[in-house]
Write a protein of this length. Structure first.
Length: 74
């Protein structure tokens, strides 16, 4: 059995560790920790991904510009 847990580190608790112990009792496990790839999560939602890719294309084609005031850059 294999499982992936995606969690914000602010939400890590002893209950999470206890849950892992219940999933894999009396077993040696590998625990790999790395930052989550948010791009993958975003692109898994087809509607959101399509909209995002269209906005990027529009920006590249100068159909859409983003105005930013100098004081907003700070």
């Amino acid at each position: 059995m294999e499982t992936t847990i995606r969690i914000n580190t602010d939400n890590l608790t002893e209950q999470i560790i206890d849950g892992i112990k219940k999933l894999f009792p009396h077993t040696t496990v590998d625990i790999n920790i790395q930052p989550a790839d948010e791009t993958e999560y975003i692109l898994n939602d087809k509607n959101y991904a399509d909209d995002l890719l269209k906005r990027i294309a529009d920006y590249k084609e100068k159909k859409l510009t983003i105005a930013v005031k100098a004081d907003e850059l700070v």
